[in-house]
Design a protein around this ligand. Structure first.
Ligand code: C5P
Length: 400
């Protein structure tokens, strides 16, 4: 997603500076061109050699440095960059830029830049909550600087509180979000993801192989495109995406309740969860003991959540999934009609690189209007983007 994006990373003198090597590595891995500017104090925490090696570019440290192309660094880097990221941003740099001071390469570059500047404060809690720092951050925010709030947690100074640098993966995601067109801003999207677990007794349950990856990709990409996202998720091992309203559930009944409770507050529902069709007819509150001979368990049907939504959906754009092994398109079309969906994502389970657990997917998008789009094998994020393109078109049509 960051392919060919130009990112200037400004590193200042806080202990979290050591994490910038990993940040730069992730940005480069995602396809970005990265140039690093370091303040004098930053070089006490991490060396220019490290950041030069991971960025594949010279590191800039001196106001009077000229670039490889013979240009004045503080002007040319500001013009080159699609975004400037200050990480970690100390109380000192925040104070300087909020006062318009430009006395070294980094502050001069920020002052000369016309592109978005993302500030990632990281410092001791007392410093972060100091009224000067707070007022400076507010001022910067009112001037259009973007601030990524620090996490609350253990700090290098052996205290606990706000001031911890967010995980570098989250900073990368924040950058992706800033550089993404916000075509879904103003829309509220509910996504369901993962398997459900249908308990039999306190230690056993019925479930399936769903990893939740497709639903989480949809939630992350919708958030990136500006939507307000609620993710109703069955149990998964995936990282919790930042900035998304996550509702964790276990069973299909709990998923139904969570989805129905939110229906009046959303514009789009995307049901990518692999909901268990059956649950044990009775739940034993104590562990079922093994006996000699077989055990039979009676199962009863779970509610079909998407059909319930279909009956009450009003103006909601409803997207469902179909996993099929035979007659993919025909079966998916029938399912879409039956369950009043606007769009169905048909997953061919016969092809490797598709379906559960895989990082890629091979799907066919079928619209209620009849349009069929067969997509090649893609990463689940790319598939999510394609689905959201169709959702965007449907939203536009509904608003006409
Ligand atoms: O009928 P089938 O289970 O193949 O339909 C799949 C679609 O229906 C998916 O979008 C899935 O999330 C949804 N579904 C549901 N409630 C169920 C079973 C499936 O919402 N009990």
């Amino acid at each position: 997603m960051l392919h060919n994006m130009n990112i200037a990373v400004g590193v200042t003198g806080g202990i979290a500076a050591y994490k910038t090597a990993e940040l730069v590595r992730l940005l480069v891995k995602d396809g970005a061109n990265v140039k690093v500017i370091m303040t004098k104090n930053a070089q006490q925490f991490i060396t220019p050699v490290t950041l030069g090696t991971v960025s594949n570019n010279p590191v800039y440290t001196d106001t009077f440095q000229v670039t490889e192309e013979g240009e004045i660094a503080h002007i040319s880097i500001g013009q080159w960059a699609d975004i400037l990221v200050i990480v970690p941003a100390t109380a000192n740099i925040i104070g300087k830029i909020s006062s318009g001071i430009a006395d070294d390469l980094l502050t001069s570059t920020i002052t000369a830049a016309k592109k978005p500047v993302l500030i990632c404060p990281a410092m001791n809690t007392n410093m972060y909550t100091n009224p000067f720092v707070d007022a400076n951050l507010r001022k910067l925010s009112s001037f259009g600087f973007l601030i990524m709030e620090p996490d609350i947690g253990g700090l290098a100074c052996k205290t606990e509180g706000p001031g911890r640098l967010p995980p570098v993966e989250d900073i990368v995601e924040e950058i992706r979000g800033i550089l993404t067109k916000k075509d879904l801003r103003g829309f509220r999207i509910l996504v369901t993801a993962g398997p459900t677990q249908e308990p039999l007794d306190p230690v056993r349950y019925i479930t399936n192989h769903s990893s939740g990856k497709m639903g989480y990709a949809l939630a992350v990409m919708a958030k990136r495109r500006g939507a307000e996202v609620t993710l109703v998720s069955g149990p998964t091992t995936l990282d919790i995406p930042r900035g998304i309203n996550l509702i964790q559930v276990q069973s299909a009944l709990q998923m139904r309740d969570a989805v129905m409770a939110h229906l009046s507050q959303v514009d789009v529902v995307i049901k990518s969860a692999a909901v268990s069709d059956y649950r044990p007819a009775s739940y034993s509150s104590s562990k079922i003991k093994k006996e000699k001979g077989p055990l039979s368990v009676s199962l009863e049907r779970n509610p079909d959540i998407i059909s319930e939504i279909g009956k009450k959906k009003g103006n909601i754009v409803l997207v469902g999934f179909a996993m099929e092994t035979d007659d993919l398109v025909d079966n998916a079309k029938k399912k879409m009609e039956l369950k009043s969906m606007d769009l169905i994502v048909a997953n061919d389970l016969n092809t490797p690189g598709s379906g559960f657990k895989s990082d890629t997917n091979i799907v066919t998008l079928i619209a209620r209007s009849g349009a069929v789009e067969e997509l090649p094998k893609m990463g689940k994020n790319e598939v999510a983007d394609k689905i959201l393109d169709r959702v965007y078109e449907l939203l536009q049509k509904k608003s006409l």
